[in-house]
Design a protein around this ligand. Structure first.
Ligand code: FPP
Length: 246
């Protein structure tokens, strides 16, 4: 891909299959997640290089809190390692880090590192790397609905003023464009509570590849496939709505 034309503005990824990748090798799940973190680095770099505006990665869901203490600890440790090791890379490449989800549920040391990195990179405008952490799509909607209800109770908002655009402003993703492309690795055909509101018109691509094996080459071929999709947004015409960064 040698130009930005037809590239999605916002790519969201459900990074699945770390556990199966490790199991196939008789390794432990942590090793799968470690290799998964390497793929995060690769895909972030490629996205930046290509000129993607927003990359959202589903790194930890609200449901993931139900995994074993050991696995949660390993994932939190990996996240800290990532935040420390990638800080300079983010700064050097003009990438702004943000996060969505119930981040106050994360361990204090992870929150500290996360907030420090968010603050440090807040002036960057080359690309947004958005980590979904302790994120759930239903929680996102409930959280937004509560904020709206509070505004109504305070008299600053009337129920009729709650439009789609207005509601958007209360979501964790406020200010971001909706994902144009949603990729899920490891072949599962489900959304798993990811960005339920925001993916209303996203193009979906599911690959059998397990996340640790997901490569730059495959990413480029998915982006090429996206280029040729005909996004109609519920309309019938196929003219004039070809993918062009929406
Ligand atoms: C799903 O694989 C993956 C996760 C629950 C966590 C994703 C985490 C990473 C890719 C690494 C750390 C992230 C960052 C941002 C540094 P799974 O464990 O559900 O795989 P399985 O379905 O094969 O068991």
């Amino acid at each position: 891909m040698n130009d930005n034309k037809g590239l999605p503005r916002h790519v969201a990824i459900i990074m699945d299959g770390n556990g199966r990748w490790a199991k196939k090798r008789m390794w432990n799940r942590t090793q799968g997640h470690e290799r998964g973190a390497d793929t995060v680095r690769t895909i972030t770099r490629v996205s930046r290089k290509l000129g993607i505006s927003v990359l959202t990665l589903y790194a930890f869901s609200t449901e993931n809190w139900q995994r074993s203490k050991k696995e949660i600890a390993a994932l939190m440790h990996l996240l800290k390692t990532f935040l420390k090791s990638e800080r300079n890379e983010l700064l050097d490449n003009n990438i702004k880090l943000i996060s969505i989800g119930q981040t106050t549920r994360l361990p204090d040391d992870v929150q500290t590192l996360l907030n420090e990195t968010i603050t440090l990179t807040s002036g960057n405008d080359g690309m947004i790397l958005n980590l979904a952490l302790s994120y759930g799509g239903r929680d996102d909607i409930i959280h937004a609905a509560r904020l709206c209800a509070k505004e109504v109770l305070s008299g600053r908002l009337t129920p009729d003023q709650i439009t789609e655009d207005h509601f958007n402003q209360y979501l964790y993703t406020a200010g971001l464009p909706d994902p144009d492309l949603l990729i899920r690795t490891s072949g599962e055909m489900r959304i798993s509570n990811f960005l339920l509101w925001q993916i209303a018109y996203s193009e979906i691509f599911i690959t059998q590849t397990l996340w640790p094996d997901f490569s730059e080459t495959e990413y480029l071929s998915i982006l090429d496939n996206y280029k040729h999709r005909d996004r109609r947004f519920g309309k019938t015409t196929t003219k004039g709505v070809k993918n062009n960064a929406v």
